[in-house]
Design a protein around this ligand. Structure first.
Ligand SMILES: *[C@@H]1O[C@H](CO)[C@@H](O)[C@H](O)[C@H]1NC(C)=O
Ligand SMILES: *[C@@H]1O[C@H](CO)[C@@H](O)[C@H](O)[C@H]1NC(C)=O
Ligand SMILES: *[C@@H]1O[C@H](CO)[C@@H](O)[C@H](O)[C@H]1NC(C)=O
Ligand SMILES: *[C@@H]1O[C@H](CO)[C@@H](O)[C@H](O)[C@H]1NC(C)=O
Ligand SMILES: *[C@@H]1O[C@H](CO)[C@@H](O)[C@H](O)[C@H]1NC(C)=O
Length: 423
């Protein structure tokens, strides 16, 4: 009996050791290990990059000389599996990306979203997901024996940012086991990934978790973008709440072709202000779309932020992390979103253990105003999903009406002004 117990203990110790060895540490240039420069971005399509000239934003990203660059999704736009390898190669051969690859100071890591998984809005039913897993992980130069190549529920992974291990980057796979859209759709991650995620939160070393999700997590009020299914979103927030005395979370996301800083001060009630930083659009952004901003903003209610916290331009995000090894309350992250001219356009300092950012969160609008939109959306998704094309038609119709009214008002004012002038 005693011997068995002993064996068990040794086995557990062995596994712990193994687990700890598996946990990758991204070391920093700073010897003390308490300053980390981390850049993240998403959405690179080679053909769209061509429109902006020979050098991509990676050229500018390389200039920051970050310790680590992370893809938050859409490293290539694969519409047809037969062309997948070729499309990843064109990302790899982009002169800007080559510069970043050649910068030995920067470790490149990443997770996929739908386009580099191989299907627009892809889910667990994707036929070629194992083939795509190989192509994607080869693109990232993931070792051949990496567990990411075989584990259940996809390619999720985590890294310590810095030798101190106090900050951890945890990257979720929101494609591999995700339910297809539909009324009953609930699952985003799959049970094996949920169990793994819980283990990540049990990690004794880290006190801050930067959690990546290809698609945005907070917004549940958007008409056209993808969203976390209600049940999984709630399960995620319950997890944050369960570990709120040990871990503080900041969410990082991509997908939407613009950048924004979002926050949820109270209504989720996990016990602290949850921030989300979205950076999307290395090669293309809504700023270049033919739709006017008025049209775009129609789809973006001010539930989690205001217009001034959004950037419709090519962008990437720089996270400057200052760890205080003796008092986690003082650990600070300066998140700055840069545009294509290297101007810092959006910026916020988050001190995850001290919600010093009350001022910022207070400026976020009164969310109660948007209950109707959210209620309507939830009802729509939960009860009328199969008629979504009617919904889409309705939305287009409403926007046409709004646009027409706006045009008419402009027209009437213009002509009456002209009349005044000529008079
Ligand atoms: C994918 O590409 C191949 C070769 O370019 C073509 O033969 C095939 O029809 C394409 N499939 C789809 C679904 O477009
Ligand atoms: C950190 O902040 C919390 C609450 O704001 C406080 O209770 C705690 O004593 C602080 N810890 C240190 C080491 O300053
Ligand atoms: C955060 O970093 C950016 C870029 O270095 C800088 O422009 C900004 O002033 C910093 N924010 C604060 C509050 O220090
Ligand atoms: C990069 O930054 C420079 C300014 O330093 C700017 O002129 C250029 O347009 C930026 N973008 C690219 C794609 O190089
Ligand atoms: C927020 O909403 C409440 C009730 O709807 C209202 O009384 C309050 O004035 C609003 N606050 C702001 C800042 O708009």
């Amino acid at each position: 009996m005693k011997l068995k117990k002993m064996q068990k203990l040794i086995l557990i110790l062995f596994f712990n050791l193994l687990l700890r060895q598996c946990q990758q540490i991204i070391s920093t240039k700073d010897e003390a290990g308490n300053h980390i420069k981390f850049v993240f971005a998403s959405c690179f399509a080679f053909d769209r990059q061509q429109k902006h000239g020979p050098v991509s934003l990676f050229h500018n990203i390389t200039k920051h000389n970050p310790d680590v660059f992370a893809w938050i999704g859409d490293a290539a736009y694969v519409y047809n599996f037969t062309q997948a390898q070729q499309l990843f190669d064109s990302t790899k051969n982009d002169p800007g990306y080559q510069k970043l690859l050649q910068n030995v100071q920067t470790k490149i890591i990443g997770i996929w979203d739908d386009h580099d998984y191989g299907v627009n809005d892809g889910d667990r039913l994707h036929k070629y997901k194992e083939e795509m897993r190989d192509i994607f992980l080869n693109f990232l130069k993931e070792p051949k024996d990496s567990i990411r190549r075989t584990q259940q529920d996809g390619i999720y992974t985590s890294y310590y940012l810095g030798q101190s291990k106090q900050v951890k980057l945890v990257m979720l796979d929101v494609r591999y086991s995700r339910d297809p859209y539909g009324k009953e759709a609930a699952e985003m991650l799959g049970e094996a990934q949920w169990i793994w995620l819980d283990k990540e939160f049990q990690d004794e070393n880290a006190n801050i978790i930067l959690l990546t999700s290809g698609i945005q997590v907070l917004p549940d009020d958007r008409l056209v973008t993808e969203y976390w299914y209600c049940q999984s979103r709630q399960r995620l927030f319950d997890l944050f709440k369960k570990y709120k005395d040990k871990k503080r979370v900041v969410i990082l996301s991509g997908d939407v072709h613009f950048a924004e800083i979002l926050s949820e001060p109270d209504s989720i009630q996990i016990g602290y202000t949850l921030f989300e930083i979205t950076s999307s659009g290395i090669s293309h952004s809504l700023g270049y779309s033919k739709y006017p901003n008025f049209f775009i903003n129609t789809f973006l209610p001010n539930t989690y932020n205001e217009k001034k916290h959004r950037l419709f331009d090519l962008n990437y995000a720089v996270a400057d992390i200052q760890i205080d090894l003796t008092n986690k309350n003082n650990t600070k992250i300066n998140f700055t979103i840069y545009d294509k001219h290297e101007n810092p356009k959006l910026s916020t300092i988050i001190q995850p253990w001290e919600n010093k950012n009350e001022q910022l969160t207070k400026t976020f609008l009164n969310r109660s105003n948007h209950y109707i939109i959210r209620f309507a959306l939830h009802a729509f998704r939960n009860y009328f999903f199969d008629y979504s094309y009617i919904g889409a038609l309705l939305i287009v119709l409403i926007i046409i009406i709004i646009k027409t009214v706006k045009y008419l008002i402009n027209y009437i004012f213009k002509t009456s002004c002209q009349k005044l002038k000529t008079n």
